[in-house]
Design a protein. Structure first.
Length: 352
């Protein structure tokens, strides 16, 4: 048996069959799952996926909503540009495609936030199109099985992997593309894993170059390690009559469109920072500092809890803002570390 048919046969017996986005040819649901699964574990995605569909059951409902309505249903998943592109994409489908997903991977790839591999997955699952995928898990399977050297994120290496992927589909004219695509995803996620691949369960073990040469730990070739820049900031947890001041982050940008705490220079005085916003501190408490790692840098955050009263001369927060009771946090689009900080304060009780 050739590579692709072996994957299909294995998927039928050992693959995943109970995920909530399976057993549908609805491109909207397939697209939503594919976008959510980028950089995010299946177990994390499932509750977000179900909640998102309950609020936005189809592309028309998503397109009709505002970005502010969409973001609370994404808060906590991270990589928030995905949610903004999801919303833009829904509006494009409604305006340019009469509310229907384009019928080919090539056309789907022209939509906001959809790359070649995601477009191919949507086309394979929804329309049975013979377009191969090449996401992170599949890159690992292909580099190991075919012995492909070099960092898979480099363009020349990725192009070699695409050529191999296209060849596997071309060599199997009767291939069930949905089963093959799902099989590759399942194999990479559950068997050909990054740390400890379970080669004994692999349907293509006998033809795998990494297994033959005992090079599973060497392939894929790891990226050259880069030093992650470190940045510092301070945040104000301003409390007034039991409410906390939140500001909306500018979009695009880090945490774009989400509600967060006012920031100021970590070397500055928090009481002066509060006064610049138009509030007079009655006390201040230094909270435990923490760090959050983004794709390109690590941010060290020093939070200050500052009860305030209105100052004689109002300041200007300088961004869309609102005072919210901590009990309202569940309904707001907050970055995960900010939500965790505020919920911790709620549990501990707020000093006056």
């Amino acid at each position: 048996m050739d590579f692709a048919p072996r994957i299909v046969a294995w998927q039928a017996r050992h693959g995943r069959h109970g995920l909530p986005w399976q057993h549908t040819q609805d491109p909207y649901r397939i697209w939503l799952s594919e976008v959510m699964l980028q950089q995010t574990q299946v177990s994390t995605v499932i509750p977000y996926y179900l909640r998102f569909l309950e609020r936005f059951p189809d592309v028309a409902a998503l397109a009709a909503a505002s970005q502010e309505e969409v973001m609370p249903y994404w808060a906590g998943l991270g990589y928030y540009a995905r949610a903004r592109n999801l919303h833009r994409c829904a509006q494009t489908i409604m305006s340019d495609w009469n509310g229907r997903f384009p019928p080919t991977a090539e056309q789907i790839a022209t939509l906001p936030g959809i790359g070649r591999s995601t477009a191919a997955a949507i086309a394979a699952f929804a329309y049975g199109e013979r377009s191969p995928i090449m996401d992170g898990n599949v890159k690992r399977v292909f580099t190991r099985h075919f012995g492909v050297e070099g960092d898979p994120s480099r363009r020349e290496v990725e192009q070699r992997l695409w050529v191999l992927a296209e060849a596997q589909v071309a060599d199997a004219p009767d291939l069930n593309m949905a089963a093959y695509t799902q099989g590759l995803m399942d194999l990479g996620a559950t068997v050909c894993t990054r740390g400890k691949p379970d080669c004994a369960r692999c349907p293509v073990m006998q033809t795998c170059i990494a297994y033959r040469d005992a090079r599973q730990a060497e392939l894929p070739t790891p990226k050259a390690r880069k030093t992650i820049p470190e940045r510092q900031t301070a945040m104000l947890v301003l409390q007034h009559e039991g409410a906390i001041l939140l500001q909306q982050r500018p979009s695009p940008g880090i945490w774009g469109g989400l509600w967060s705490l006012p920031e100021f220079d970590a070397a500055s005085d928090p009481t002066q920072a509060a006064r610049r916003l138009g509030w007079e501190p009655t006390q201040r408490y230094e909270l435990a500092a923490f760090a959050h790692t983004f794709t390109h840098y690590r941010l060290h955050i020093k939070p200050w809890y500052v009860p305030v009263r209105a100052a004689p001369t109002p300041g200007e927060p300088g961004a869309p803002h609102q005072w919210v009771n901590l009990a309202q946090l569940s309904s707001l689009a907050l970055p995960a570390p900010i939500r965790k900080l505020l919920l911790g304060l709620l549990e501990a009780g707020l000093p006056e």
